[in-house]
Ligand binder design. Sequence first.
Ligand SMILES: Nc1nc2c(ncn2[C@@H]2O[C@H](COP(=O)(O)OP(=O)(O)OP(=O)(O)O)[C@@H](O)[C@H]2O)c(=O)[nH]1
Ligand SMILES: [Mg+2]
Length: 447
Amino acid sequence: MYIGAQKSMSTIFALSSGTLPSAIAVFRVSGPQSLPILRQLSRRKIWTPKMMEFTKLYDSQRKIIDESMAVYFPGPKTFTGEDTTEFFLHGSQAVAQKFATCLSEIENVREAKRGEFTRRAFHNGKMSISEVRGLDRLIRSRTEKERRAAFGQMRGGTRAVEIRKKLVEILSKLFVIIDFGEHVALELSDAQKDVAEILSEINRLILAWEGAERAQRGLEIVLYGRPNSGKSSILNQLAHDDVAIVSEIPGTTRDSLVTTIQINGIRCRLTDTAGVRPHTNDVIEAEGIRRAQRRLESADVICVVVDPESRSDDVAKILEDVEKLKNPESKVLIVKNKADLKLPYPEVSSSGIHVVSSHATSSEGCQQLRETLGSLVDQLCPEANFLLDAELLRKCSDELTCSMLCQDAAIMCQHIEKGLEYIAELTQGTVTESVLDGIFSQFCIGK
Ligand SMILES: Nc1nc2c(ncn2[C@@H]2O[C@H](COP(=O)(O)OP(=O)(O)OP(=O)(O)O)[C@@H](O)[C@H]2O)c(=O)[nH]1
Ligand SMILES: [Mg+2]
């Protein structure tokens, strides 16, 4: 719902092309006066819509301003939804200045404020709030990844509109069943199939959003394992730096140590932790182990490092702790380190867990580990074509899941209607003028 929408009456204009001088200066005009302005300045009555034509432009004293190409687009099939005219003049500062002055002299015509064209597009239902936010993100994007995410958010807005349309179709079918249904059971199962399709699409969108959020905040990768297994050596290899102290004395690392690396364009905080052993009387070592365990809770990827000297019951206990403490979405990887020693490793049950070998005293020895981390990072942060706010999608998904369990068409409708409200928030959003001001103030004039 948009609070405080008003029909805008004035006609606005802006120089929509870049800085001058340039080959061409494009002026965009939007509002009810668009056609009268074109007629007045060209001193010509007949203009065929959507047809670019050559014309001379005159000021109010009938003196020529410039020769230009001009085109008129009647609303509502325009960017703003209003009548629009575009003028392509010679790109000199003097021409642009003179033309802007002539436009400002016309009654009810004024220069556009920042983001005002987009604001009108939003007011006229041409853009959803998700698209507006995506556009805002696009204008402010600095890296290639941010640019792609912004496009994803803009396209996400259009995807929400499609989902809304499909849900409305299902609802109207259900209303028919309620009113005239003969083979209710059969038709209900048809509707459930349609809802299931939308649900799986929504669930894909939720995963995409979560991945984009992870990419934005960066990933946490934690090295975890018994003392002396080679965690600090691995950290140094992955960081290409001598970050952590390495020694043959078990229990070298006490504090958790963090360094930042990039994996496939994603910022990853790599944490080395104190070696874990089942019992210790050393209070500092015990605190180090507690800190290491706490790191597991926020980790996206946990590398359990084992070496040939690790005992299988210790590794089993470590894997048990990891399973207990980790976040359900995080990935676990067993790293069989010291592969160069060619010694047998302890038997551990690793079903469903990725396993790689490494040799952390040489850079090439960590190549397999680097590649596996790369593919886990890609899985956690997949490239998303469509992005939509996951919180509203999750609420909608819950309602649709409930609707699938209903044997009664009327109750099914109620759940779908509720789900539809969340999708409507994604397409229109509940926004106030101040929220819009905040977004549009970032835009440039002419956008
Ligand atoms: N042969 C061989 N030795 C390794 C390898 N990785 C590490 N080491 C050696 O193993 C010893 C322990 O390495 P660290 O990296 O300090 O082990 P850690 O897991 O950090 O140990 P703590 O900090 O005590 O928990 C050092 O002497 C390393 O040089 C490897 O792949 N092959
Ligand atoms: Mg260490």
